[in-house]
Design a protein around this ligand. Structure first.
Ligand code: G1P
Length: 303
């Protein structure tokens, strides 16, 4: 079908201000906030690499230099660790950059919205299909299970259509997401879409399925993005371009209900939930942290 699905390219829009986490994000990108011991962006890049991605394209903005530095070699630190013969830490440090992956950084000059950010990456993507990952959606799958990005790539390969990764959003929470309008669902659970709206009111929501930060697109999306006028909040919305893609008879799109444990790390409560669960799963911290939580369940901290 798509003989040009190689290399696998992923766009990470990371230009947002992270206002929900101020003042923590005043001088640090929100994608660099750590969940236990790894920044959010590292989880996203690991998910991309495990799904076969070889080109990581970051659309950055002001105050995002830390992300570039993070994925660069840390020569001084590495030579210190070589001198100290600390091979374990050295290995950890080097493994932040997946072997063989190319890292590309593009500046989004004006913060015109998520759709505009994705369009900024077009010169690095060309005619390839590509994935988009929003790092503040942290999606966990057990070792050995295909991760959400791999699930979407498989659906893209099977259908030849752009794929929106969705999940069930309870009640009013659908108002925080791009919401898909489903025409029908096939035996494999793949939903053919007839529309998509950005952050609808619950009463107007065409379904309870929201876009949870993972997408795989046909390159035709770019033509629609280029024509997309500012929408909700005066921003060029990715969701509006997806709606145009769905309406394009030569394109269309499907949605897949992603199999994963999801943490909305764009909110403080989601971030805290992720921190607790990832600490409990952590090989060195899990047991001692679980013990701490058991104590806390009966005795709250002093104010
Ligand atoms: C963005 C998108 C929205 C999507 C959400 C996922 O919204 O515009 O369609 O559902 O990410 O987290 P934001 O959270 O940036 O307001």
């Amino acid at each position: 079908m798509y003989s040009f699905w190689n290399p696998v390219k992923v766009i990470f829009p990371v230009a947002g201000f992270g206002t929900r986490f101020l003042p923590a994000t005043k001088a640090t990108p929100k994608e660099m906030l750590p969940v236990v011991d790894k920044p959010l962006i590292q989880y996203a890049v690991e998910e991309a690499a495990a799904a076969g991605a070889t080109e990581m394209i970051f659309v950055t903005g002001r105050n995002k230099r830390a992300i570039e530095d993070y994925f660069d070699r840390a020569y001084e630190l590495e030579s210190e660790l070589v001198l100290k013969n600390d091979t374990q830490l050295l290995e950890q440090l080097r493994s932040t950059v997946p072997a063989g992956a190319k890292f590309i950084f593009i500046r989004q000059g004006d913060p015109l919205g998520l759709g505009h950010a994705v369009l900024c990456a077009q010169p690095a993507v060309g005619d390839h299909p590509f994935a988009v990952m929003l790092a503040d959606e942290l999606l966990h799958t057990a070792a050995g299970e295909p991760n959400p990005t791999a699930q979407l790539i498989a659906a893209f390969r099977a259908t030849g259509k752009s794929v929106i990764g969705v999940g069930h959003a309870e009640g009013k929470s659908i108002e925080r997401y791009g919401c898909v309008d489903i025409a029908h669902t096939d035996a494999n659970g793949v939903m053919t879409l007839q529309g998509m709206v950005e952050k609808p009111k619950l009463a107007d929501a065409p379904s309870q399925f929201g876009a949870f930060g993972r997408y795989v697109f046909d390159a035709k999306l770019f033509a629609h993005l280029a024509k997309t006028a500012p929408g909700r909040g005066g921003e060029i919305q990715l969701t509006d371009a997806i709606a145009a893609l769905i309406a394009d008879p030569s394109a269309g799109a499907v949605a897949v209900n992603m199999q994963a444990q999801r943490y909305d790390c764009g909110t403080k409560i989601g971030f805290l939930e992720a921190t607790v669960d990832f600490a409990l799963r952590h090989p060195e911290l899990g047991n001692v942290f679980a013990q701490f939580l058991r104590e806390r369940a009966t005795r709250l901290p002093r104010t």
